[in-house]
Design a protein around this ligand. Sequence first.
Ligand code: C5P
Length: 222
Amino acid sequence: KKDLILSGKKILISAGPTYEAIDPVRFIGNHSSGKMGFELAKMAEKLGAEVTLVAGPTHQSVDGYNIKRMDVTSALSMLEAIESVYEAQDIVIMAAAVADYRPAEIADQKIKKNSDKMTIEMVKNPDILKHLGTKKGNKMLVGFALETNDAIKHAKGKLERKNADLIVLNTLEDEDAGFGVETNKVTFITADKEPLSFPLKSKTEVAKDILTFIAQNLKTNA
Ligand code: C5P
């Protein structure tokens, strides 16, 4: 596909939740549907990019699209999959809802309900986006943020801490934006521009806005 805005660009997108195992049958997860990341992957392919999608457990599909899909479960396996393809990319979008913590140990056997109380010790997962930011090169690195207070200030902090080029802030002021719905309302946070706010749109249209902005701001426009 030539002459499309992402023709010749390699893009890596992560999507969905991660599941952190407790024992062979149980996990700790979150309600991410994967919808936003999958819309980004499909739209990037339509716009001419060579797309790799690293997906946590979801019911989403990319059938009929020319997308390299890598399915993962935990944050550690997501990191490993991303690392294996990171170097070759021009653009990386972390749309996955990566679990911040995982159980310190995964029990070999199903844990029995022998006591009235139980405690699961958790350890911190690696911050994948922050890690990628330490070896960014000319890549365009994009993260998402969901904030409940002082959203723009916190998103700016996140942009700097993770060495990202763009943070897509999910605005919580609208009940139809965010987890498990078809629509989203976003603000783009960058280092050198004023925050750019969009109206409530379908996640397909939000994906197009994000990818158009990325295409216009690539450092590697050779
Ligand atoms: O710090 P916070 O979790 O709010 O940042 C959200 C951004 O960082 C998202 O782009 C998410 O995919 C990414 N992230 C990550 N690894 C983590 C936690 C978040 O890459 N362990």
